[in-house]
Design a protein. Structure first.
Ligand code: HEC
Ligand code: HEC
Length: 208
């Protein structure tokens, strides 16, 4: 037999090359696909290493009890440095302000109530709304970075609004939560710096 290339082996070669090609392009495109969010937010500056490094610090704060207690996976907020379920189980409700007699603002005043084990306060005290839960609890760094930049899941926040959000009184409140509550692992100004750096260098999501 002169011609070794039977139609079958030809097809085989084509299939193998296709697989290799798809595999290679997936590998080459990985950095782009790990940056969910930044293309349509019109991010120009790109420095994936600096961005991912800054997000590592941001993530430590997001997952600290001071932030995570209001960003739970379930319908009830969490409490304390051990993030246990909130006593008396106040539920999120549609708008995040609680339901019926269990409205957050019944107990959470515009400022902290003095004393130990008293409700911390802020004029905006609430959970994120039911149609946009903004869950932090249980999320990997990659999942959380992608969620925060996804306009469909972050409350329709643009890049500018996200930068602004780090200056929100509710975020600042985490560094003044009343007696006996540990502050987040970075200072407030370190957090803002890491947050801005993360976004301004391209808003990259870590690989894990
Ligand atoms: C008292 C509850 C409460 C605390 C404490 C709190 N948040 Fe939030 N957070 C909310 C609410 C409510 C929203 C949705 C309303 C809004 O977007 O302003 C929100 C929205 C967000 C968003 C935008 C949503 C997203 O996924 O992009 C980010 C980011 C955020 N919070 C970060 C933080 C950080 C960081 C801390 C701690 C330093 C924190 N939050 C502490 C209630 C809280
Ligand atoms: C019946 C009163 C009451 C209601 C209603 C209430 N809380 Fe609380 N909350 C408290 C008290 C008291 C504490 C402090 C508990 C402690 O430190 O032992 C607290 C603590 C918290 C904490 C913990 C803060 C931290 O960082 O450890 C969060 C978060 C919280 N409440 C969110 C909410 C949200 C959101 C709502 C509405 C959905 C709500 N609470 C409704 C009384 C209430």
């Amino acid at each position: 037999m002169k011609n070794v290339k039977s139609p079958l082996s030809k097809a085989f070669v084509i299939v193998i090359s296709l697989i290799l090609f798809i595999g290679m392009s997936a590998f080459l495109l990985e950095p782009a696909s790990s940056t969910t969010g930044n293309e349509y937010l019109g991010y120009k500056a790109k420095d994936s290493a600096a961005s991912v490094k800054a997000f590592a610090d941001v993530y430590r704060v997001l997952m600290s009890p001071r932030c995570m207690n209001c960003h739970p996976a379930g319908e009830v907020p969490l409490q304390g440095d051990d993030s246990h379920i909130h006593q008396m189980l106040p539920k999120r409700g549609k708008d995040g302000n609680g339901i019926y007699a269990m409205k957050c603002k019944n107990c959470h005043q515009p400022s902290n109530t003095p004393g130990l084990n008293t409700p911390p306060g802020n004029p905006k005290w609430a959970l994120p709304p039911a149609d946009m839960k903004m869950v932090f609890e249980g999320k990997s760094a990659r999942e959380l970075a992608q969620q925060i930049l996804d306009i469909k899941r972050n409350g329709h926040k643009t890049k500018e609004m996200l930068i602004e959000h780090a200056r929100d009184t509710l975020v600042k409140a985490a560094w003044d939560m009343g007696e006996g509550r540990k502050p987040p692992p970075l200072t407030y100004s370190q957090f803002v710096k890491a947050w801005d750096t993360w976004i301004n260098t391209g808003g990259y999501a870590p690989r894990k």
